[in-house]
Design a protein around this ligand. Sequence first.
Ligand SMILES: Nc1ncnc2c1ncn2[C@@H]1O[C@H](COP(=O)(O)OP(=O)(O)OP(=O)(O)O)[C@@H](O)[C@H]1O
Ligand SMILES: [Mg+2]
Length: 309
Amino acid sequence: MKTSEIVLSVEKLAKTFVKPFTGKKVEAVRGVSFEVRRGDIFGFLGPNGAGKTTTIKMLTGLIFPTGGKATILGEEVPSPDAMGNVGFLPENPYVYPYLTPREFVSLCGRLNGMSGQHLAREVERVIERVGIGYAIDRRVGALSKGMLQRTGFAAAIVHSPELLILDEPMSGLDPVGRKEVRDLIVEEARAGRTVFFSSHILSDVELLCDHVCILRKGEVVAGGAMKDLLAAGARRTELTLVDVPEAAIAELSALAESAQRHGPSLVLDVQGDEAVRKVLERALAGGLRVESLIPKRETLEDIFVRKAL
Ligand SMILES: Nc1ncnc2c1ncn2[C@@H]1O[C@H](COP(=O)(O)OP(=O)(O)OP(=O)(O)O)[C@@H](O)[C@H]1O
Ligand SMILES: [Mg+2]
């Protein structure tokens, strides 16, 4: 199979809820489109209420769209062929408290058509893989939130799905727990799985994802390859000039978004290549010393705040 193969394709997906009694309409998802390629780690972002969980529920066949469609490996959701290729970790997974991780993950495997020795072996393998092998036969009710999340993760991968869909997999975990889930996501992607997950924790997303899609009020407001998104934000440049004569300061400052003096240095925040060229020409013509020129990269958080809020 080609590495560029599209595993998940979402076309103009929409969901309008109609509230009971009042009949009021809530357009939770409004024509969302994106594609996820094989082997990608894809981040699905947006502020509270943006429509992430609603989209994920449509992708996992829990609710029906009111418009558009989604396909998984070319099969339309929620056909059994499409859903057999999906592993799903819901937001706050519910795990029966009186079962052990072995029993719960076995149950999920059986629901996915697994049985016998193969099931037993895979259950042990995935529970070991998510790092809770030592608690495989403890009651789930006695496990910590991080261990519960891993039990849910093991249940999502027990049938070796092509596509993993995770709704806020890092939420509610401490920094160590988050790092462990991040590592699991990377390991699963290395093992050839495609991972689609929603998150609020932008630093995690920036570290992990190849592609992202940012939702706002049910619509896609930004998306694409993470490196292109971040590169597009690298238009600001910080220029530091030293020993600038008083007469030149006003003229140089006028070319910049902001100008600050630090002792003998003049620090200019310059927007766009053209303005950088003008400042440099002026500085060189005046024989000024350029101490540094630093392109300022926007972080994913900057982009998120600019686009999503
Ligand atoms: N069953 C429902 N009936 C009516 N409205 C709903 C229903 N489910 C979700 N909504 C509304 O749809 C919108 C999107 O909700 P959704 O849960 O998809 O957002 P989200 O991006 O997952 O938010 P969060 O980050 O808080 O998890 C919200 O305005 C929400 O109130
Ligand atoms: Mg949600």
